[in-house]
Ligand binder design. Structure first.
Ligand SMILES: Nc1ncnc2c1ncn2[C@@H]1O[C@H](COP(=O)(O)OP(=O)(O)OP(=O)(O)O)[C@@H](O)[C@H]1O
Ligand SMILES: [Mg+2]
Length: 241
């Protein structure tokens, strides 16, 4: 299986604080790769390193075989690495329609943006209903959908999602996972950070378990789901309880 992103011996953090230590992971083309682990394990830090928001102190990030360490976040976006950050961060004053158009701002994504916006409205009917609303007036779940759709407007080769269901009501969590499955079916490669471990592993093909800035365990996600030892040791899921 060809991989889109290959990360080798990556370290990085914030100033003096080395959060991620010697992490080697890869995201295979067409698959969903999950990154799970307890609070503070370094999942968001890994996503920031992949998107170029913080620099690597050592190691290498390759996108389809090409090193992107030196590229800025917009340059990585132009090559197809799109991160939907924790907390979604949509501009509250922009309408839904303007937000989608803005998502296609990068030169490579401009042509065909109208058709792509229509595809987004087909994928997210709630966004079509709210197309003239300002993003700040949308519910949390709708804002998450908008952030996802904005990201898809940039024609990503790999869509990185940091806690897309955080803070959402259970029915909205289900709806979002079903939309993610639809997005995946269209051939988009996904890197997924989720606190909703069971749902993430059920959806993912492969998973990495982070602990204290390192990869504690990795494997096909069905194997992780089937291993009560791994779940108890790293994910706080104790089936005996
Ligand atoms: N801006 C920052 N400056 C300094 N340290 C930070 C910063 N952001 C995160 N950290 C530290 O880095 C470590 C990893 O944080 P990170 O946000 O990557 O974890 P996480 O796995 O995403 O956790 P969560 O599940 O709570 O989102 C933590 O110890 C955290 O305190
Ligand atoms: Mg996080």
């Amino acid at each position: 299986m060809a991989s889109i992103l290959d990360v080798t011996n990556l370290s990085g953090g914030y100033g003096e604080v080395q959060v991620l230590k010697d992490v080697t992971v890869s995201i295979a083309e067409g698959q969903v790769t999950a990154f799970v682990g307890s609070n503070g394990a370094g999942k968001t830090t890994l996503m920031r390193l992949l998107a170029g928001l913080i620099p690597a102190t050592s190691g290498q990030i390759n996108l389809q075989g090409e090193c992107v360490n030196a590229l800025s976040p917009p340059d990585r976006l132009a090559r197809g690495v799109s991160l939907v950050p924790e907390g979604r961060l949509v501009f509250p004053d922009f309408t839904v329609a303007d937000t989608l158009r803005m998502g296609a701002y990068a030169p490579h994504a401009r042509s065909g943006w109208r058709e792509r916006a229509e595809q987004m409205y087909a994928l997210f009917p709630r966004l079509r209903e709210r197309r003239t609303s300002q993003a700040g007036f949308l519910s949390g779940g709708e804002q998450q959908m908008l952030a996802l759709a904005r990201s898809l407007m940039s024609k990503p080769k790999v869509l990185l999602l940091d806690e897309p269901t955080l803070g959402l009501a259970p029915t909205m969590v289900q709806e979002l996972f079903s939309i993610l499955a639809d997005i995946h079916k269209t051939g988009v490669t996904i890197g997924l950070v989720e606190q909703n471990v069971h749902a993430a592993l059920t959806m993912a093909d492969y998973a990495y378990v982070l602990e204290d800035g390192e990869i504690a365990f990795h494997g096909p996600s069905d194997e992780i789901l089937a291993s009560s030892a791994v779940k108890a040791a790293y994910l706080g899921i104790d089936e005996e309880a």
